[in-house]
Design a protein around this ligand. Sequence first.
Ligand SMILES: [Zn+2]
Length: 303
Amino acid sequence: MMYIDPHIHVTSRTTDDYEAMQKAGIVAVIEPAFWLGQARTKIGSFQDYFSSLVGWERFRAKQFGIVHYCTMGLNSREANNVALAEEVMELLPLYVSKEGVVAIGEIGYDDQTEAEDRFYRLQLELAKEVDLPVMIHTPHRDKKKGTIRSMDVSEEHGLAPGMVIVDHNNEETAKDVLDRGYWAAFTIYPHTKMGSERMVDIVRQYGPERIIVNSAADWGISDPLAVPKTANLMREKGIPEEHIKMTCYGNALKAYGQSGQMDEKDWLEKEPIDQTKKMGGNTVLRGGQNPRIENDSSNIIEN
Ligand SMILES: [Zn+2]
């Protein structure tokens, strides 16, 4: 079985995580641009971060057999530093058309401030201009209201619901998002909020159409194996295999594949792993370690 984790901040995860993810069947990840846990103070900090998302991190994932994509955007929290946010809006066009960028995101509302609204709208316009899907981060506080507002504003700007992935849904928002024709993504948080058990119930209730499962794993308490673990739980609870494939693989590919940047061939026909490879003179190996090198025949993925 192959899985995609379409929302994970792998930059903040370890090589052990990458190894475990590949072992569990994850073939591709999408890393949305977001904040660092503390506010950035300079535009250069955004620039280097965006460069690493299309550069080093994409390379690093490949050394562990995982295809890495990303989304570009100004996150809603940092939209509240208006002067810096304006500079980010000037920087973004340089990055949105780079290889492996599959959406504008994660954008939307956090505290639902005026500044957040302004930069959300500007980025919806940017997405339209470059014809990329949008990944919407819905607020953790006042979620229902923020989710409805995100969709209303997106429609005001003329985006087709089919080009928009609304993320971090729960039982309260799922129906509205699906009824209005959007992709509904669900983040599985260990121990709290949306757990795997609740996800199984949602798939049972709504079916697999346009539902996407992700981990949103980052530097906080989160689980980079949330997608395969949820898939296994679905299997245990009798959810049909086809529905598991859609929610944990196929729907994400369809939604973000609309970018023209993501194709099944990317992992079905990928080059064998060769950890001796370098990027800018740097490898993932540390003094004296044995590199993992696959030959072509060991690169066969079971479908
Ligand atoms: Zn995120």
